[in-house]
Design a binder for this molecule. Structure first.
Ligand code: GLA
Length: 423
């Protein structure tokens, strides 16, 4: 079985009443209609007080989908953006010369689309390979340089260099500013902080996560140096791949956000998102993802906060059903067939956060599953949060019945012989 130590707590976070009160890396993220957000390999721009997130739709043949939000938590689906356009990978928003553009990769070309409005009705303008040598490429990134008021297209060209091209004021792909050589990288994203440009890239391991890295330069013309990991290497960027860096300039602080994709095994609808604030050190030229199971940023002040004061349901008070009898309390080990039942869990009748606390010795070797009330079939926790098993706190959003009336069961499946412990 999968666990070495186990299930300590079930935790109902405060602030449960508003569905999307937190960003929970890896958790299924629901839009304001209660549907899973479907904008992978995406990017964000802010217009006025509204953020627009565009990404590829895994459920609609990689057509670009857009969402809007004023708090980076609750996202409204603005729908498909370009009728008839499919297979557009990692679309990004840009706005050269006041127009509204999307750029993404289609058939290894840059496809550019334009609309008269921020949302909807994007039409194809150009389909080109990359200057200067007609390169084909895979992954698209985007960066707006405030210093030069210029948009830059970031690409991972098939000849294994990440390159940066200006976007001309007429929206065409312009001259190459610089390249990142010295390694095969992809999924580029860029931000500017304290006098330095930070370029974040992924290794090339397909849909499997790898340790993403940061390179820096004082100029978009390069040279780019560095290559340090943005998270402990063994964490594989917390199971994600870079897609975009978002800067939130608040009244009290500027917060830099890493946006990553937690791809499933083939980049399809099971994929989730890992967004995390970054600690940025221009002196050390380093970026370090600040991992928290739940967090949020105040878009006005720029301040980051975390849940506190949650109601806890300790495993000690839960009922443990062992294959060979019923037990209660700490120190129990759970194996396949054993279950822990939490009674009288408080529900709101709407989506709310519940955080499961447990550790496992091999997250690849089995699954934790949960059953709510009289559900006939359990669901795997990893269907609710792709960090299940990889972090000791696993927040998921569920709808429970209103009141102190819910029963939540957790158990494990996997190869037998290993144990769960109540702690
Ligand atoms: C890379 C890219 C993804 C996707 C996969 C397919 O990881 O970054 O966007 O194209 O390859 O294998």
């Amino acid at each position: 079985m999968l666990y070495s130590t186990l299930l300590a707590l079930l935790q109902a976070a405060t602030g449960v009443l508003a569905a999307n009160s937190w960003i929970a890396p890896g958790a299924v993220w629901y839009d304001t209609d209660g549907k899973k957000i479907d904008a992978h390999g995406g990017g964000i721009v802010k217009r006025g007080d509204t953020f627009y997130w565009v990404g590829q739709s895994a459920s609609n043949s990689e057509t670009p989908m857009m969402y809007s939000s004023t708090d980076l938590l609750n996202w409204k689906n603005l729908g498909q953006q370009a009728s008839g356009v499919t297979g557009l990978w990692r679309p990004k928003i840009a706005k050269p010369n006041g127009s509204f553009w999307l750029y993404g990769q289609q058939d290894r070309y840059v496809l550019s689309l334009k609309s008269t409005d921020q949302a909807g009705n994007y039409k194809t303008v150009n389909k080109v390979h990359l200057p200067p040598s007609d390169y084909s490429y895979s992954d698209t990134g985007m960066f707006y340089d405030e210093a030069s008021t210029t948009w830059y297209l970031l690409t991972s060209a098939d000849h294994n260099t990440v390159q940066i091209n200006k976007i001309n004021s007429d929206g065409t792909v312009g001259a190459r500013s610089s390249v990142l050589t010295g390694g095969a990288y992809e999924a580029p994203g860029l931000f500017f902080a304290n006098g330095l440009y930070f370029l974040i890239v992924s290794g090339k391991t397909g849909w499997r996560a790898n340790p993403n890295k940061v390179f820096t330069s004082t100029s978009l013309s390069g040279p780019w140096t560095g290559g340090s990991d943005i998270a402990p290497a063994a964490q594989n960027t917390y199971g994600s791949q870079n897609t975009f860096e978002l800067t939130v300039q608040g009244s009290k602080q500027t917060t830099y956000i890493y946006m990553g994709d937690a791809w499933d095994s083939k980049g399809s609808t099971g994929s989730n998102y890992v967004w995390l604030p970054m600690a940025v050190d221009a002196g050390k030229k380093s970026v370090t993802l600040q991992y928290h199971a739940m967090w949020k940023v105040d878009v006005n002040t720029g301040e980051v906060s975390y849940p506190s004061g949650s109601k806890r349901y300790a495993a000690e008070e839960a009922v443990v059903r062992k294959r060979d009898g019923v037990g209660k309390g700490a120190g129990n080990k759970l194996r396949t067939g054993d279950e822990i039942t939490f009674h009288n869990v408080t529900g709101t009748g709407a989506l709310q956060w519940l955080a499961f606390h447990y550790t496992v010795n091999n997250p690849e070797a089995g699954q934790a599953y949960i059953t709510i009330n009289d559900e006939v079939y359990p669901t795997n926790l990893s269907d609710h949060n792709s960090r299940a098993g990889y972090h000791s706190q696993v927040p998921v959003q569920l709808v429970l019945d209103p009141g102190h009336v819910n029963t939540v069961r957790i158990g494990a499946t996997g190869s037998s012989g290993k144990f769960c412990h109540l702690v």
